[in-house]
Design a protein around this ligand. Structure first.
Ligand SMILES: Nc1ncnc2c1ncn2[C@@H]1O[C@H](COP(=O)(O)OP(=O)(O)O)[C@@H](O)[C@H]1O
Ligand SMILES: [Mg+2]
Length: 239
């Protein structure tokens, strides 16, 4: 699904942030990406979400060679990726409901199909009462939840999330992890960047760790698998 071969990335010539990174994310896999603040997690996600460019190396996604792709070909691939960025990037002139519905609208789905999904998702993330609110009136956590809903509503082939629970309390963070698991179980390849070692330790997924620009892989943080609780039960329309 995603293959990186000897990728390096730099913002300033001669000062690589990512060094010689090789990585393969299989279809339907679930990984955490961790590392200290400044380690390059967001930089790697910018590459994977087709926003940043590698300095060296090869990058394949969906079986296509992204390294050699023209700029105008990228949106076609981007539509298959759900992205939660650290700064949310909500559209300020749209309501919460419109922001969450937008990816399906862009794909040409009818309102009759979109509305049940969007409304159920809003209920699940606890924002039904704010469906007509504009992002400017929301708290950081509410914006984050809206951004997550927008990223998952299409059931993307790949979900890339940059510190998606950074603004949520630990209970809510776990609840959203269950949402990502449910999405993964429908076939989505998931990569969650987080520096929250505690949250990561609650789940039995392989961990990609960035340090000094290099990437290492650990099979999982713990052996005790955390089973899905009642909270993970999602209703029919949502995913
Ligand atoms: N747009 C940018 N221009 C220049 N340097 C950047 C830019 N974005 C990030 N960096 C630098 O790259 C390094 C990695 O940053 P980042 O990928 O945001 O790390 P993380 O997400 O792990 O905290 C940091 O030293 C940061 O200052
Ligand atoms: Mg970051």
């Amino acid at each position: 699904m995603i293959t990186l071969e000897h990728i390096s990335m730099e913002y300033t010539a001669g000062q690589p942030i990512l060094k010689d990174i090789s990585l393969s994310l299989e279809r339907g896999s679930f990984h955490f990406l961790t590392g200290a603040s400044g380690a390059g997690k967001s930089t790697l996600l910018s590459l994977l979400s087709l926003q940043g460019k590698a300095t060296h190396g090869k990058f394949h996604m969906f079986g296509e060679n992204v390294t050699q792709m023209k700029r105008e070909e990228l949106p076609r691939l981007r539509r298959r990726i759900g992205i939660v960025l650290q700064d949310y990037r909500l559209l300020e002139h749209l309501t919460v409901l419109e922001n969450v519905s937008l990816p399906l609208k862009v794909m040409g789905e009818s309102d009759e199909k979109i509305m049940p999904k969007a409304l159920e998702l809003l209920e699940w993330i606890g924002l039904s009462e704010h469906q007509n609110a504009k992002p400017a009136t929301l708290s950081g956590g509410q914006k984050q939840r809206t951004a997550i809903a927008r990223a998952v509503i299409t059931k993307p082939d790949i979900l890339l999330a940059d510190e998606p629970t950074g603004n949520l309390d630990s209970e809510l963070a776990q609840r959203f992890m269950y949402l990502f698991e449910a999405l993964n179980q429908t076939g989505t390849t998931v990569l969650i960047a987080s520096h929250d070692e505690h949250l990561i330790s609650l789940f039995n997924y392989p961990i990609l760790r960035l340090k000094n620009g290099f990437l290492t892989k650990q099979l999982s943080s713990v052996d005790n698998f955390s089973p899905l609780g009642d909270e993970s039960v999602l209703k029919n329309n949502m995913l």
